[in-house]
Design a protein around this ligand. Structure first.
Ligand SMILES: Nc1ncnc2c1ncn2[C@@H]1O[C@H](COP(=O)(O)OP(=O)(O)OP(=O)(O)O)[C@@H](O)[C@H]1O
Length: 304
């Protein structure tokens, strides 16, 4: 793996206390190399967004370390964290909506405004990045006067404006139709390939996850073995790749599987094992990524 841009050590996140205590992450050790594209996959409530928020320095862990470019971030002040996030990261999050009353250009250049960049320079860089995403002609539009796919391109433009080393994307295609999803994905993977921007994507979309160079599987706040083969391994046998798929279908107790990469024994609930087995074995939906992307991708009615 390339030098890690992000590393975590025994990352634990506990929400609440006493009777309402919930252990959302239970000791995550993860390295994300520069230029990787990593999909964080798992069922609802498994801790994907929590992990993404900790990696993106939007929230702090209860225990453990997140290091950016080899530098632990735990001791940084709120101001330092803000600056670091603003300069190193881009966000394609559905909850980071565009500001409706502002123009596309104002939305895209917001991170530069926060960083204190003068107006003329903001405009120059904003138009440049909108040009890259074929949205320069919409610079003066209100953010509301756009289709779903166009809004998502504006969000990506905003994520790019500070030349980030990592883009975090939380369900970046969640509300888009299939053709528009393809366009948005192509943009994100193009940035990864051509500019070496590291991508960390939380998604339920198996096709999008498969397009990433690595998948990180979360079950109940823990990483379970990914489906990629370990470095230097011979091609794994099917039963080694998906040991959970070998369980008898009428089994009711917890499923114990040996990780193909580490040999570590992990206990999964039947439901989690079945969900992972399904995700691992389902073929790609027909039609996705097969057809060339349309040149005018945005569909009326889609929302970002
Ligand atoms: N602020 C919070 N306070 C208490 N519990 C929380 C909080 N945020 C998340 N949780 C709990 O932590 C667990 C993990 O949440 P998280 O949002 O990371 O899951 P997720 O895998 O991203 O789910 P989804 O796919 O549904 O978005 C869930 O059980 C959730 O209810």
């Amino acid at each position: 793996m390339a030098a890690p841009v992000l590393e975590t050590e025994n990352l634990v996140k506990i929400y609440g206390r006493g009777e309402t205590r919930f252990d959302a992450l239970k000791g995550i050790n993860l390295e994300i190399g520069k230029g990787e594209s990593v999909a964080v996959v798992g069922k609802s409530g498994s801790g994907k967004s929590t992990l993404m928020h900790l990696l993106a320095l939007l929230d702090g862990p209860t225990h453990g370390v997140v290091a950016l470019e080899g530098r632990p971030t735990g001791d940084l002040s709120a101001k330092e964290l803000n600056e670091l996030r603003n300069s190193a990261f881009g966000f394609v999050f559905q909850q980071f909506f565009l500001t409706p009353n502002q123009s596309v250009l104002e939305n895209v250049t917001l991170p530069l405004k926060i960083a204190g960049v003068p107006a003329a320079e903001r405009k120059r860089r904003g138009l440049e990045v909108l040009e890259q995403l074929e949205m320069a002609d919409k610079a003066d539009n209100k953010a509301t006067d756009l289709s779903g796919g166009q809004k998502q391109r504006v969000v990506i433009a905003r994520a790019l404006i500070n030349d980030p080393s990592v883009i975090f994307a939380d369900e970046p295609t969640g509300n888009l139709d299939s053709a528009t999803s393809n366009v948005v994905e192509d943009i994100l993977f193009g940035l990864n390939r051509d500019k070496g921007i590291t991508l960390v994507v939380v998604t339920h979309d198996e096709d999008l996850a498969r397009r990433c160079s690595r998948q990180v599987y979360l079950v109940d706040g823990q990483i379970v073995p990914s489906l990629e083969k370990a470095p230097g391994d011979a091609a794994p046998r099917e039963e080694d790749r998906h040991p959970w798929a070998q369980q008898p279908s009428d089994a009711t107790g917890p499923v114990r599987v040996a990780g193909p990469a580490t040999g570590e024994v992990i206990t999964l609930s039947q439901a989690d094992a079945a969900a992972i087995a399904r995700a691992a074995q389902e073929p790609a939906r027909p039609g996705r990524h097969a057809a060339p992307a349309p040149s005018t991708p945005d569909q009326p009615g889609a929302t970002a």
